[in-house]
Design a binder for this molecule. Sequence first.
Ligand code: PBG
Length: 330
Amino acid sequence: MKRRYPNTRARRLRVNTSIRDLVSESSLKSSDLIQPIFLMDGKNKKQKIKTMPDIERLSIDNAIKEIKKLRNFGIGAIALFPCIEKKLKSSNAAEAFNANGLVQRAIKEIKERVGDITIISDVALDPYTSHGQDGLLSKKGEILNDETIEVLSKQAISHAQAGADIVAPSDMMDGRIKKIRTELENNSFKNTIILSYAAKYSSNFYGPFRDAVGSQKNLGSSKKDTYQMDSRNTNEALKEVELDINEGADIVMVKPGLPYLDIVREIKNKFNIPIFIYQVSGEYSMIKAATKNGWLNEQEIVMEALACMKRSGANAIITYYAKNVLEWMR
Ligand code: PBG
């Protein structure tokens, strides 16, 4: 019998689920997922977030209940973000390193009452400044780099003291990784991991998050373009990653996710360091809006987006969908 075209049938390896799974090149595990948690003061409080349907701000007691559930579902890590009361915000962001601040108390209580869960804490000043920027402002309105990293390192130490496993500077000031690493070492926090938001772009996809932590109104129409990166750039991301690795970062983050997967791949190809992706609030809310309208299938679209992130080279993903995905995986 004559062999007929095609000689190679790529479709053989797609013939059924079992075969497709056997030859799949990447996979998403429950332990790859990190759930962000928005915190608020008070007891037994929950607050809806207008721009992020199905996500709520939680008081510490409710957050602990939620985290216990997540733990039972098999999640390994959470990322904490505070929405503090307006009266605690100031131009010098002193509340950021208050040992009894909302985040510091939450870290302590979660460690005591949930135990076996990795806590990632956000190191940045935007929830604490009266102007909503991630750094301190000069009289002229410039973001002060060197003054800001002094405050950031105090904030990071206060998180480590409370029991944070991973501190995650998301501010994009220069030199903050070195400063934080030095202070951690000086204070004997030798095992505190630094997850650097190394390639953090100045993105419109953060809008709903700013609503969630209550910095949007304070920020007004101001931008973060003088410290977060320009969406048009790749080399700049590689430079930032290299700097942060040399300064002592253990893990680097790329943020946002889906529109920036080429950056993840470039970093993966050039550096030998774990990479996390943040599927940010705008990505979440876009999917939510479309699926609430019945225009897309929520589960299918979310699983696809996360699979693409793993394919691009990410080790783990921060996603507001973590809990749903864990439920879907069961
Ligand atoms: C701020 C911070 C931001 C996010 C995480 N940390 C917003 C910003 O830089 O304005 C965004 C996360 C999201 O959009 O889900 N330090």
